[in-house]
Every structure is written in C-alpha cells, then in structure tokens.
Design a binder for this molecule. Structure first.
Ligand code: PLP
Length: 469
C-alpha cells in the first residue's frame, strides 16, 4: 500500500514514510492510493476474532511495510485487554432494541481517542527504533487529546512529550489524569493563559523550521493517518457485534469535531463494510452539519467558535475533512487544491452540486444539538436506561434518533465516559457520577507539572534543555 497527497504533489510513499510527517509537502493530507476491499465472506470469518486480532487484519491492509509478526506484536500491545477497564474491551451497550452505544471509552483516559492513540504509541516507538531516530512531541491540549497522547507515549523509548495545557482551566479530574504521570519522558507545562495561548506557542515554535528540525519536533494531531487507520477497526468491530446476518446494513451515528472519527467510518464503508447511514453529529459548532445540509463549507474563525458543554467538539475547521472531499470529487487532486485555495481567499466553497454523491453514494446524514438537547438526552437515557452518558455521546444519541429506520440497527459511538464531565451530568440528572474504583486515588497522587508564563521563549528554552536528540 502506498500513500498519496490529497493535493497531488507527493510521489507515492510507504506507511513508514508518512507516519511521522504532518502535512504532505504540498500542504495536503496523506491518503491510501486505494481502499482495500473486504468481502462478506471475510467479514464472517472475522466474527470470532479478538479486538487485537481484528486490528491486525485491518491494519495489515494499510501497513504493508511492517512485517506481519511485528505488526501483530504492536496490535497485541495496543489492544491488550488489561489496558481497558470492564469485562469487555469494546462493549456494545443496548439502549433499546436496535439502538446501542459502542463503548469506545474503556481505555486509560476514558475517551475514544485511546483506541487510536494506544496503537500510535506502539507504532511510533517501533518506527523510531527501526530508523534509529528520536522524536520530541510538542502539543497543546484542553484535556482529552493531551492525556490520550501522554498515556500512549509514557515510558516509550526515543520519544519525549512536551504538552502545554492552560493552567487551572481543566477539570480537577483531567489535571489529575495528566499531571500525576511520573514518567521521565512526559513533560507537563501548565501555561498561565488559556488554550489558545498554548496553541499559539506550539504554532510559533513548529513554524520555526530550523528549530523544529534541530529539536526533532513532531505532533500527534488528528490528521495523523495511523490514528485514522486504527479508528477504522472499531467500525468493523461494532458491525460484527451488532449484525445478525451476513451483509446486514447497520447505521452509525458519530459525534464529530475534526472529522476524524467519522472519516474512519467512511473508509470502513468504502472497504465494503455494510454501513447503511453515517450520521454526523455536531454540537453548536455545526459547520460540518451545515455542509451536509446545504453543500456549503464555511469554517468559522477561532474567536467565532462557541465554548459548549461538549467541549471536545468545539472545532470550526475540521482538519480531516479534506480527505473526504478528495473522495467526493472523485479523487481529483487539482480540484481539492483549488477548493482549499478558495477557502483561503473567499472563506467558503460550495459543493451542493454533489449532494447526491454524499447523501446517496456515501450515505451521509447529519444533525446538530444544543446545550438543552444534550441535557435532555442525558436525562432521558438516565431515566429510561438507568445509565449515564457523556455530553458528546449525548450529541450522537440526539441526532441518531432523527434517523432511525425500521430493521436497520443503529450504533452510536460512545466517545467518552460520563465521569470526565461530571458537572454537566449533575446539571442534567441531579446525580453525581461515581468515579470508577481504579481511579479514585488519582486526585490524591503527587503531581508533576511546571507552571510557566505564556511566552514562546520559555517553552523554547525548556525544550532546548530537555529534548531527546
Ligand atoms: C475528540 C473527541 C470527539 C471528536 O472526534 P473527532 O476525531 O475530532 O471527530 C468527540 N468526542 C470526544 C469525547 C472527543 O474527545
């Protein structure tokens, strides 16, 4: 399998080459040259596989430059059931007949990002070892992504992590999750400022190409292809658990921000997985919902992004959307380049002429929810199912309800556990969410964090002093 750029300016490359890169050299995103096909017969054979073995089957279609026995070892390590709480690693939780949640949040940081990040940690370490390189990850987080990255990369050889977070602005639980890590390769820098200050510092330092190269800086952001590939696995897993006959159509509803989560569903569907509808759910930051309803994509600016009660989806510029648009325009890289040039100059593009393509050929539906919708959904599920769901999952449930069809099972991806967002659950239900037993001590453990001023120079000096070269 080789990878090309959505903008056409990269000669075909192996997985190992694109793994550690961010954008392609032409500013586009790496995509596989084709989508491998999985037949109905193969799907039936996969029903009995463990999650790790299923991951191996699917990832080996995309990662052809790692020997199979090595890839098997990486999958076993990333998807070792001991890392995931609960009786099952990735359970299906029925809310009623034909309507279930797919539990993707049993991993170490209680959010679905672990499902991809755990694999990324393994394959990064493997690739660095193989090419005798080191990598210093520089990132900014408002909570979920940073902790998932740290838990995936803690203790890994040849990798250091420098994670900027806004001092005092994450929940007590999120702070405890990140700052209690004692691994020497994890550096938590709490910045006196807000998330945007953290982000600006990262952009500033990564934009200094000489510094970036000298310090071997890298990122683990959501455009990383290995994360997308690893997410494809759980759509297959969900279908295999929910379907009761070969090639049975199943719909998936997906809480989405950067279009990463649902892009993996699109790829699974293109590989032949019988997905009926892919239902995109956004919160008040509904730029993607707007696209699927009207055909116009008009990202908002950072200061126009609403701070909502499903904060991990507070994104107005969906970095992975370009990969979908590449397929939508029949992989015409020149047209993708032209559309993204137009985004820069006019701030929007209009693909309403392709409506039949994305609704019928690719099966997309969409919707968005408000704070009130979210709270009412959390309350209803609590009353009807005696179960707490997190606000992002609630966005998925709320939108999914509008697209239920008889005889088509609906699966909503559960993207975080409710305990991460206890205040919203309390507001919705009047109930405190119990902290899982294995995490009760977390908030009392010693924390390892440096509080610093919001100055790029301070972070630059810190990296100079601590980078792994
Ligand atoms: C990151 C995240 C999402 C959105 O995922 P994308 O890959 O940005 O589409 C949804 N819910 C939670 C809890 C998240 O952390």
């Amino acid at each position: 399998m080789k990878y090309i750029s959505t903008r056409g300016g990269m000669r075909p490359q192996e997985f190992g080459h694109i793994l550690l890169e961010g954008l392609a050299p032409d500013g586009g995103l790496a995509v596989p040259e084709h989508y491998p096909q999985v037949s109905g017969q193969t799907l039936e054979k996969w029903r009995a596989l463990s999650y790790a073995d299923l991951a191996l089957e699917i990832l080996s279609l995309y990662i052809t430059d790692v020997p199979r026995h090595d890839l098997a070892r990486l999958c076993q390590a990333a998807y070792n059931p001991s890392l995931y709480s609960g009786v099952q690693m990735v359970p299906v939780k029925p809310l009623r007949d034909g309507f279930s949640l797919l539990g993707l949040s049993q991993g170490p940081t209680l959010a679905f990002k672990d499902m991809a990040m755990q694999f990324l940690g393994q394959v990064f370490e493997y690739q660095l070892e193989r090419t005798d390189r080191t990598l210093n990850i520089l990132g900014a987080t408002s909570g979920d992504t940073g902790s998932a990255a740290e838990y995936a990369l803690r203790g890994k050889k040849r990798i250091n992590v420098f994670m900027l977070s806004p001092d005092g602005r994450m929940s007590k639980f999120q702070r405890a999750q990140m700052y209690t890590l004692q691994d020497q390769n994890i550096h938590n820098l709490a910045v006196r400022g807000v998330f945007d200050d953290c982000q600006d510092i990262v952009k500033h330092l990564s934009g200094d190409l000489a510094f970036k190269q000298r310090m071997r800086l890298g990122a683990v952001n959501s455009i990383n292809w290995a994360r997308i590939a690893a997410q494809v696995v759980y759509y297959f897993w969900g279908w295999l658990r929910v379907s009761t006959e070969p090639l049975q159509p199943v719909s998936f509803a997906v809480p989405t921000g950067n279009f990463g989560n649902i892009l993996a569903g699109h790829i699974a569907r293109q590989m032949g997985l019988p997905i009926h509808r892919l239902i995109l759910a956004t919160n008040e930051n509904n730029v993607l919902d707007e696209f699927f309803r009207t055909g116009t994509y008009q990202p908002r600016r950072a200061h126009q992004t609403f701070a909502t009660s499903s904060p991990s989806m507070d994104i107005s510029k969906a970095s992975n959307f370009e990969r979908f648009v590449f397929d939508l325009v029949d992989r015409d890289a020149a047209q993708v380049s032209q559309l993204w040039r137009q985004l820069d100059t006019k701030g929007y593009f209009d693909l309403s002429a392709l409506r039949a393509q994305y609704t019928e050929r690719y099966g997309f539906r969409s919707g968005s929810s408000t704070h009130d919708d979210r709270l009412r959904t959390i309350k209803r599920v609590y009353e009807e199912n005696d179960m707490f769901i997190d606000p992002h999952t609630a966005d998925g449930v709320f939108v999914a309800e509008q697209f239920v069809e008889s005889n088509v099972p609906m699966v909503v991806l559960e993207t975080a556990l409710p305990v991460k967002f206890g205040e919203t659950i309390l507001a919705a239900t009047g109930q405190e969410v119990p902290i899982p037993r294995h995490l009760q001590q977390l908030v009392d453990l010693p924390q390892r964090v440096q509080v610093i001023d919001a100055e790029p120079q301070v972070v630059r000096d810190y990296i100079e002093a601590h980078a792994l070269l």
